[in-house]
Design a binder for this molecule. Structure first.
Ligand code: PNS
Length: 160
């Protein structure tokens, strides 16, 4: 069975991520969407909230699993028997960092491939950071995130 991991912060998941999830799930028997527990970042949503939102927006894709991990991605890949890492690329500006990560991960585990999917043109500008900024100022989110995510974002900024 061929398994891929789609790692990220997903703080929160956007339509851009969902596009990559659907396309990645078509290429592999199983796609594990894995939220990184990164103590050095200050996320808006807890890992539990991010996992819950990812589960809600992917419930209709049978070969997608949602999980979280800490430490190195290559170690997590070994643990779940993954063959590949899926990453989405938006702009040239993503490339340098992603290229470095792909080379490092290849060095750490030569049998683990990184596969890049070019974002669909309509999501090229989209990021979780931009979505949070729009939410903070009460802007309309309907084109960027599913309703359940928009609702959670509103609650977050009402609470703060
Ligand atoms: O959504 P993001 O924040 O761009 O995702 C970044 C992520 C989670 C893909 C990246 O930070 C990662 O893979 N971190 C795990 C640690 C690791 O394996 N680093 C590379 C080797 S030093």
């Amino acid at each position: 069975m061929k398994t891929a991991i789609y790692p990220g912060s997903f703080d929160p998941v956007t339509y851009g991520h969902i596009d990559i999830i659907k396309r990645g799930a078509n290429l592999f028997d199983k796609l594990i969407v894995a939220v990184l527990l990164n103590p050095s970042k200050k996320p808006l949503f807890s890992v539990e909230e991010r996992v819950e939102l990812l589960k809600a927006v992917t419930y209709d894709i049978p070969n997608v699993e949602i999980d979280y991990f800490d430490g190195l991605l290559v170690d997590y890949a070994k643990k779940v028997n993954a063959n590949a890492i899926i990453k989405g690329l938006r702009m040239v500006s993503d490339f340098e960092y992603e290229f470095q990560m792909a080379l490092i991960n290849k060095k750490l585990n030569p049998s683990l491939e990184t596969i890049f999917l070019m974002t669909s043109a309509k999501y090229g500008y989209l990021s979780s950071s931009v979505v949070k900024e729009i939410a903070q100022f009460g802007g309309c989110l309907s084109e960027f995130v599913p309703d359940i995510v928009a609702q959670k974002l509103k609650e977050k900024f009402l609470d703060n």
